[in-house]
Ligand binder design. Sequence first.
Ligand SMILES: [Zn+2]
Length: 208
Amino acid sequence: MKLIYEKPIFIDFAWLISVLSSSMECYNDECMGLLGGELRGNGLQLFATPLLTAERGHDTVHYNNHPDKFELSKEVINSLGLNVVGCYHSHPNDSPTPSDDDILCSILEHITLDSQDISSFDWRLEMIIGISKIDYKYNFNPTFSFKTDDYSITGKIKHGHNGWNINIKGHWIQPVELLDEGYYPNRQPAIFELKTKKFPSAWIWISE
Ligand SMILES: [Zn+2]
């Protein structure tokens, strides 16, 4: 039987729209949200719920100062009939590579979730939405192009003179305790499968 991080994560456009819209709305700051999901077929179907009460900053976003909020987030995810899978956050104008702080934060979150018996799986998914705003001279009709491989989703959105470059990556973490040196995680890259059947009809589809 496959471990959770070996399964493909099914991403559809409802998920993309949800995480992209919250990343665009507070573009000057990072945003974050919860990932709920359910095992379906041979993979994990993913759903996103933005966390509007997270503390946002220009290059940081937190939920850790309020462990009680995880209870609230668990309620939200569970009341939607889903399992808590992990979190996502945005990197405005940056790549989706996790910072040292990101890794430390996700370990702390993992420990909090474990202590509160909130996580649904042994491994926890952290996804990072790298998003950059682009100004174009040319006036584009709405266009969405994307490229996907096993470990990332990259895309371009163009509308009028505005555009966005998107680069999404994820990793599963499992903390391992190492004596006095704190916690170090096992990490595994997340595997994606983008479902392209349903996308907004205003978009012109270009598959790169
Ligand atoms: Zn980060």
